[in-house]
Design a protein around this ligand. Structure first.
Ligand code: PLP
Length: 405
C-alpha cells in the first residue's frame, strides 16, 4: 500500500474553518463573531500603542542580537511575568518557591504544565485531568497528547445561563483525593461565566480538604475586568491558601501579541528546594521540545513590565480594550431589551465577562444567523464580543432578536 494511506483525514479546526468561510463571504454586512482576538471599533486588529513604543525601543537598541535565549527563557521576562500574575509582593516569590519558565504562549504553557505533571505528579492511579464542561477546545487534545485522560466536571448550567456551582462543588468533593482540576483563572472560555470571590473561596476549601491540584489557565488577565490585579484574584487567593498549583500565562490577548507566542508557566512549590527541582526538570523537558523560546515578544513584554512608565501605559491600553467590550455588552443588552423588546432575559450578556459571551441560543438558531444573516459564530452559541462594534451591533441585535422570537 502507498505510504500514509492508513492516515485518517482529520477535520479542519472548527474556529479556523469558520474564519475562512467568513473571509470568503462577499456580503457587505457580514459579521465575524467567531474570532478569539480583539478588534477595534472598525473591526481592525489593534497593535497596542505601548507595544509600538516598545518595538521602537528595541529597534533603536544596537546591543541586541539574535543569540539564543536561555532554555527557560529571558530571565527579566519570567521574573516580571511571575510578579504580574502572583502579585509584586507575593510571599511565594520572595521565598523562592516559584519556578517560572517562558513558553510558546498560553498553549505552550498548558502543554509544558501537562507534560510535567504527566511525568512527575506521582499519580496514585490512572492519569486524569478534570476539565470544565465546556472548556477551551484545545484542552482535551493538549492533555491527551501527554497521556492524561480528560474528564468533565459540571460548570455551565444552561437553565440559568450561569455557573452550575453545586455541580462543580460536588464534583470536587467526589473526585478521588489528589485529582488535578483545570481552572480558568478569569474570563472563562467559552462561557464568560466566572465564580464569584465567595465561590472561589469555597472551591479552595474543597481543593485543600481533598488535596487536589489546581492547574490554572490564565489567558485573559486584565482583559476581563480591565484591571490586572482584579483578574488575578483567584490565582493569588489559591497561593495564599497554599493550594498545590501551577499557572499558565498568556500575553496573546492582554498585550495583543497573538502571533509572537509570549507566555510563561509558573509552578508554585511548597519550598525553594522543591521549586529548584521542578525548574531543573522543566528545563530538561523544554530542551527536547523547543530548545529555547523565541526572544522578540518576550523582550517587548519585559520592557513593558519592567518600566514603570510603560507599565502604566499598558494598563491604559488594557482598559481601552476591556472598556470597549464592556460597552458592547451594554449596548447589545440595551438594543435587545429596550429597543427591540425581545421577550427573553438577556442579563447574562451583562454579567458574563471577557472576550466571549454564551448567548444561550440553540445550534439551529446559530445556524440561522450564519445562513440568513451572514453572522458567523460557533454552533454552541458563543459570540466574541470583540467582533461587535458601533457599526454592526444593531444589525446583530436585530437578527438575534429575529431568530429568538
Ligand atoms: N487558554 C485559553 C482558555 C484560551 O482561550 C486561549 C486562547 O484562546 C489559550 C489558553 C492560549 O492561547 P495562546 O496560546 O494564543 O496564548
Amino acid at each position: 500500500a502507498e505510504l500514509w494511506q492508513s492516515v485518517p483525514l482529520a477535520p479542519p479546526d472548527s474556529i479556523f474553518k469558520l474564519t475562512a468561510t467568513y473571509k470568503a463571504d462577499t456580503f457587505p454586512q457580514k459579521v465575524n463573531l467567531g474570532v478569539g482576538a480583539y478588534r477595534d471599533d472598525d473591526n481592525k486588529p489593534w497593535v497596542l500603542p505601548v507595544i509600538k513604543k516598545a518595538t521602537q525601543i528595541l529597534l533603536n537598541d544596537d546591543k541586541l542580537d539574535h543569540e539564543y535565549l536561555p532554555i527557560t527563557g529571558l530571565p527579566e521576562f519570567t521574573s516580571a511575568a511571575a510578579k504580574l500574575i502572583l502579585g509584586a509582593n507575593s510571599p511565594a516569590i520572595a521565598e523562592g518557591r516559584v519556578s517560572s519558565v517562558q513558553t510558546i504562549s498560553g498553549t505552550g504553557a498548558n502543554h509544558l504544565g501537562a507534560l510535567f505533571l504527566s511525568r512527575f505528579y506521582g499519580w496514585d492511579a490512572e492519569k486524569k485531568v478534570y476539565l470544565s464542561n465546556p472548556t477551551w477546545a484545545n484542552h482535551q487534545a493538549i492533555f491527551r497528547n501527554v497521556g492524561i485522560e480528560p474528564v468533565d466536571y459540571p460548570y455551565y448550567d444552561p437553565t440559568t445561563i450561569g455557573l452550575d456551582y453545586k455541580g462543580f462543588i460536588k464534583s470536587l468533593e467526589t473526585a478521588p483525593p489528589r485529582s488535578v482540576f483545570l481552572l480558568h483563572a478569569c474570563a472563562h472560555n467559552p462561557t464568560g461565566v466566572d465564580p464569584t470571590q465567595e465561590q472561589w473561596k469555597a472551591i479552595a476549601d474543597v481543593m485543600l480538604a481533598k488535596n487536589h491540584y489546581a492547574f490554572f489557565d490564565c489567558a485573559y488577565q486584565g482583559f476581563a475586568s480591565g484591571d490586572l490585579d482584579n483578574d488575578a484574584w483567584a490565582v493569588r487567593h489559591f497561593v495564599d491558601r497554599a493550594v498545590p498549583m501551577l499557572v499558565c500565562q498568556s500575553f496573546a490577548k492582554n498585550a495583543g501579541l497573538y502571533g509572537e507566542r509570549v507566555g510563561a508557566l509558573h509552578v508554585v512549590a511548597p519550598s525553594a528546594e522543591g521549586a529548584n527541582r521542578v525548574k531543573s526538570q522543566l528545563s530538561v523537558l523544554q530542551r527536547s521540545e523547543i530548545s529555547n523560546p523565541p526572544s522578540h515578544g518576550a523582550r517587548l513584554v519585559s520592557l513593558v513590565l519592567n518600566d514603570p512608565g510603560l507599565f502604566e501605559e499598558w494598563k491604559r491600553d488594557i482598559r481601552t480594550m476591556a472598556g470597549r467590550i464592556i460597552e458592547m455588552r451594554k449596548e447589545l443588552h440595551r438594543l435587545l431589551t429596550e429597543e427591540l423588546k425581545n421577550p427573553r432575559n438577556w442579563d447574562h450578556i451583562l454579567n458574563q465577562i471577557g472576550m466571549f459571551s454564551f448567548t444561550g441560543i440553540s445550534p439551529d438558531q446559530s445556524k440561522a444567523l450564519i445562513e440568513k444573516a451572514h453572522i458567523y459564530l460557533t454552533a454552541n452559541g458563543r459570540i466574541s464580543m470583540a467582533g461587535l462594534n458601533s457599526h454592526n451591533v444593531r444589525y446583530f441585535a436585530e437578527n438575534l432578536d429575529k431568530v429568538t422570537r
